[in-house]
Write a protein that binds this ligand. Structure first.
Ligand code: HAM
Length: 421
């Protein structure tokens, strides 16, 4: 019997995994500069958290969750995203009581959605996300957007585009909602069954429908921007002002509604413009969610964040032909001849590693030529050759693989010698 990996998942093997590590390290470093601290929440939560948090009317909750009963009959769901869990932890662990606010958190970890797999769309994918809880300041909106843009830029992506919108506050959304119902209701029969349900549940979702995207009523649907009240307008203007004054170019797209229910005010996505990038061009999505903390049973706390997947980021790097600066060099490969030399090499190898050097040797009793080939494959900076003859004289032959220069060094000096490079 042979086994295959489940559809929509990936094995990330050596050779590829270094890219993931590089991106994750860059993200962590960036978070430290912006003072976001890591939070790790469980991979699964009570289903109700996502139903409430992400929203009953969303595709995620209706069609995409990996939900199962545990042995005691409780409904459990593999997390489809990180915001609801982060806010749950913020409320449950009373992080709002910490004198230092806003609470700025980040996460990197696997998320699960039962979607149709295609380029850039997986059933298990890794999100890097940040959440800032506790501030109404539009400067935080700009900060969150700036961090996402910085990650892409520092990794070398050039063809990216930031699109923003405002979904307004409760009052603005209510007015918009009524206008949407009035707009779609007379001809809702021409829309898919999902949209017919959405009309009552959350008509904003209709604008996000993949099936009815080309219906003429979509084009003429009332724009949220026409319904923003004064406060929401001012808020949105201030966010734009911060972006502009900090050299972050953007487009405003009144049709950007996002696929999760918790958003209000600022919503944004970062897309790839790269030629040859697949059909799904959104690399990152986020926005403000001022009502979510209360929805999850906590005190009223504003919040904003984003998430992006490493999978789509890698696809964008590929599309733009960006090579990450990953070095897989090792410091020293030990080549040995003879049994005594081999034993001595084992101890030398252990010592090198204790001293912080990256070192390797052959474990298959290969011939010298094959050992030298292996040293090449490991991209060794130095090869240390030890035969019984050298051992007798207490020396080792060291070859600098870059220059080709070779010299004999006292065995006891080897580590000091290698460490100077
Ligand atoms: P989202 O738009 O559902 O938002 O997902 C954010 C990002 O996750 C997407 O832009 C994409 O990079 C990645 N992503 C989503 N689904 C998949 C998939 N099936 N395969 C690969 N990548 C995928 C959220 O998840 C919100 N929690 C973002 C947020 C945080 N809003 C506020 N704070």
């Amino acid at each position: 019997m042979s086994f295959q990996i489940p559809r929509g998942t990936q094995d990330i093997l050596p050779g590829e995994v270094e890219k993931w590590q590089f991106i994750e390290n860059t993200a962590r470093e960036l978070c430290s500069r912006y003072q976001y601290k890591e939070i790790r929440t469980p991979i699964f939560e009570h289903t109700e958290l996502f139903a409430r948090g992400v929203g009953e009317s969303t595709d995620i909750v209706q069609k995409e969750m990996y939900t199962f009963e545990d042995r005691k009959g409780r409904s459990i769901t593999l997390r489809p995203e990180g915001t609801a869990s982060t806010v749950r932890a913020f409320v449950e662990k009373k992080l709002y009581a910490n004198p230092s606010q806003p609470t700025k958190l980040y996460y990197i970890g696997p998320m699960f959605r039962y979607e149709r797999p295609q380029t850039g769309r997986f059933r298990q994918f890794v999100q890097f996300g940040i959440e800032a809880l506790g501030s109404h300041d539009p400067a935080i909106d700009a900060e969150v957007i700036s961090l996402a843009m910085s990650l892409y830029q520092s990794l070398g992506l050039k063809s990216i585009k930031l699109v923003i919108n405002s979904l307004g506050d409760g009052e603005s959304r209510k007015a918009h909602r009524e206008a949407l119902i009035a707009h779609f209701q007379p001809r809702i029969g021409e829309f898919c069954s999902d949209c017919q349900k959405r009309l009552e549940q959350n008509p904003l979702r209709i604008l996000d429908c993949k099936k009815d995207r080309d219906h003429e009523l979509m084009e003429t649907a009332p724009s949220i921007l026409e319904f923003l009240n004064e406060e929401s307008k001012q808020y949105f203007n201030k966010v734009q002002q911060y972006l502009t004054s900090n050299g972050i170019p953007f487009e405003v797209d009144p049709r950007l509604v996002r696929g999760l229910d918790y958003y209000n005010h600022t919503a944004f996505e970062i897309m790839s413009n790269a030629e040859g990038f697949g059909a799904i061009t959104t690399l990152c999505g986020g926005g403000r969610y001022n009502g979510l903390t209360q929805e999850i049973g906590g005190p009223e706390t504003p919040g904003i964040g984003f998430a992006l997947s490493i999978e789509r980021l890698l696809a964008a790097l590929d599309a733009e032909d960006v090579a990450l600066p990953i070095s897989s060099n090792i410091d020293c490969y030990m080549v040995t001849m003879g049994d005594q030399a081999k034993d001595r090499a084992v101890s030398l190898l252990f010592d090198m590693r204790k001293a912080g050097l990256k070192a390797e040797k052959d474990y298959e009793d290969k011939k010298i030529k094959a050992q030298l080939k292996a040293a090449d494959r490991h991209k060794a900076k130095f090869v240390a050759i030890l035969g019984d003859d050298e051992l007798e004289r207490n020396v080792v032959a060291v070859k600098n693989m870059e220059t080709g220069a070779q010299e004999e060094i006292a065995i006891d000096e080897l580590i000091t010698y290698l460490k100077q490079f």
